[in-house]
Write a protein that binds this ligand. Structure first.
Ligand code: GLC
Ligand code: CA
Length: 551
């Protein structure tokens, strides 16, 4: 079937279901809640939804530990609510993509239960190894979440590999039976009408034969050089494409840690077009850290710009960029690259910084109203498995206050609090006490208040998205960057033969000198979007942004 690449003209909204909207009054987000808010999502101009996992799960990693791939968890509304949601979304012209987590399952998945008891044909569904002589672990790999990547299973009498939590055993993708299971899952959802998948850490699914020790002197993540973009990854992805995806007009978006544009093209080059459509790269969410949020550094605008620009340039004409600033795995962007003090100004500026780039933008729930990092008063309040391990085990020999600050800065929970719908009790998320803490700032920051205010961040997102959709230059224009070395400004243009769009962003908390980029004539150009009511010709205010159009 022809792949129409419909994803290219869309804007996606990511729903992390537990915290989006509780529809049945049990304190947990669910699909009934999403149904209530579908008009809201549409009102943003979003015409695609990515659901973080909705499947039955023990919840060791908030749904990324799946115990049944062909069902929807009852607490989210089960299959009935999902079918309804899918129909309603399609009726509105919206596409729906699911999260596909096939690097690992839950340890409560029936496959694992049978595999640990060596029941055929499940014996080799996972990666089992005996202890090394002297009772040593099979190799020196680290789990990305908690300690070492191996846990001993008493039932089987062997170790199993888990690149993530102990309750997330890695599947053995080298086993053709496992790949057939994956294809069954894909067909099941595609046949139901789902439009595609976001594929969780899919670049990790092929492990190097023999599982050799990590030789690189990595402080964390040992093993990654032997399983990221592993030896048979292209073989497996093209097999999924050939046997399943090529038969549907669907899209695939692969989460790809540490991927470069060059590497990405091995998967998504449209000339080849036989593996994946887009990748989620990590560079743009790591301009203030070294590889992970747990190794924070000072925010570097130049690092961010280098990343933006190289992805724009290197994928141009060859593949589609997935562009984003937030998702459920990272703290809130205003708290990182912007300023909580200039929350609205910097939120708007950050929106303009990425929404006019070429590609398919993704917005994470709450980003559009400028939610900021949750700031609890005690470390006991954190829920996330990775956060808890980091807190207990990293040698942060610091004061309690400093440790709390680190959690605020680095934890995924900073961005997982319930969506702030209104100033009412529990932020309008639920009628009862929610499963997780509501950010205390909800009376000030919420959807209802921003609906009323024409100048709100929410309405800025709507305007920016509407412009994106209306202007061909945003879809097709050539990308060009100005003032590359500036540590205060990010300025880029998009150009076609007949139009030029200039996007000016200040990342400074002070007023800065502004020099018009080459080709921009502010007398002739139309100012089509801005975050201050009045502009000075040669000054940019704190976090000022302006978008000019020249025709
Ligand atoms: C991905 C998901 C993350 C999850 C992990 C393990 O990185 O985005 O939320 O914890 O994979 O599945
Ligand atoms: Ca609920």
């Amino acid at each position: 079937m022809e792949h129409t690449r419909w994803y290219k003209d869309r804007v996606f909204y990511q729903i992390w279901p537990r915290s989006f909207k509780d529809g049945n009054g049990d304190g947990m987000g669910d699909l009934w809640g999403v149904l209530e808010k579908l008009d809201y999502i549409q009102s943003l101009g979003a015409d695609g939804i990515w659901f973080s996992p909705l499947y039955p799960s023990p919840g060791a990693d908030c749904g990324y530990d799946i115990s049944d791939y062909m069902d929807i968890a009852p607490e989210y509304g089960g299959m009935e609510a999902f079918r309804k949601l899918l129909a309603e979304a399609h009726q509105r012209g919206m596409k729906v993509i699911m999260d596909l987590v096939i690097n690992h399952t839950s340890d409560e998945h029936p496959w694992f239960e049978k595999s640990r008891r060596r029941e055929e044909p499940y014996t080799d569904y996972y990666i089992w190894r005996p202890a090394k002589p002297g009772g040593k672990l099979p190799n020196n790999w680290d789990s990305n979440f908690e300690g070492k990547a191996w846990t001993y299973d008493d039932v089987r009498g062997e170790y199993y590999l888990h690149l993530f939590a102990v309750k997330q055993p890695d599947l053995n993708m080298d086993n053709p039976l496992v790949r057939e299971e994956v294809k069954k899952i894909l067909r099941f959802w595609l046949d139901m009408g789902v439009d595609g998948f976001r594929e969780d850490v899919v670049t990790f699914i092929s492990k190097e034969e023999g599982l050799p020790d990590e030789k690189l002197p990595l402080p964390t993540g040992k093993g990654i050089s032997h399983y990221n973009h592993g030896p048979r990854i292209h073989e497996y992805l093209s097999e999924f494409y050939r046997d399943v995806f090529s038969h549907y007009d669907c899209m695939t978006l692969a989460e790809a840690p540490m991927v470069t544009p060059k590497k990405a093209l091995e998967y998504i080059d449209e000339q080849k077009s036989n593996e994946l459509d887009m990748v989620i790269q990590f560079e743009t969410v790591c301009a203030d850290c070294l590889f992970t949020d747990w190794m924070p550094m000072k925010f570097s605008l130049r690092k961010l710009k280098r990343s933006f620009s190289r992805w724009q340039k290197e994928l141009d004409g060859r593949a589609c960029n997935m562009i984003y600033l937030e998702n459920h795995d990272h703290p809130r962007v205003i708290s990182r690259y912007g300023s909580e003090k200039f929350r609205v100004e910097s939120g708007k500026m950050l929106a303009a910084a990425y929404l006019f780039q070429k590609g398919t933008p993704f917005i994470y729930q709450g980003q559009e109203i400028g939610m900021t990092n949750w700031r609890p008063d005690s470390p006991d309040k954190y829920e996330d498995v990775q956060t808890i391990w980091q807190y207990e085990n990293t040698a942060l020999r610091k004061s309690d206050e400093e440790r709390l600050h680190r959690l605020w800065r680095s934890s995924r929970d900073s961005a997982r609090t319930p969506m702030q719908w209104s100033a009412e009790r529990h932020a309008g998320f639920s009628d009862v006490k929610p499963w997780f803490y509501v950010n205390k700032n909800f009376r000030r920051i919420n959807v209802a208040a921003q609906e009323e205010d024409a100048d709100s961040l929410l309405n800025f997102y709507r305007k920016a998205i509407a412009l994106r959709k209306r202007l061909d230059v945003v879809k097709n224009g050539t990308y060009r960057e100005f003032e590359k070395n500036s540590t205060q400004h990010y300025i880029y243009s998009r150009e076609t033969d007949s139009r030029k769009l200039y996007v000016i962003c200040s990342f400074s908390r002070r007023e800065t000198k502004f020099k018009c980029p080459a080709g921009l004539d502010t007398d002739r150009a139309k100012l089509i979007l801005q975050n201050y009511p009045k502009q000075k010709p040669d000054i940019l205010k704190p976090y000022e942004t302006r978008v000019y159009l020249m025709e």
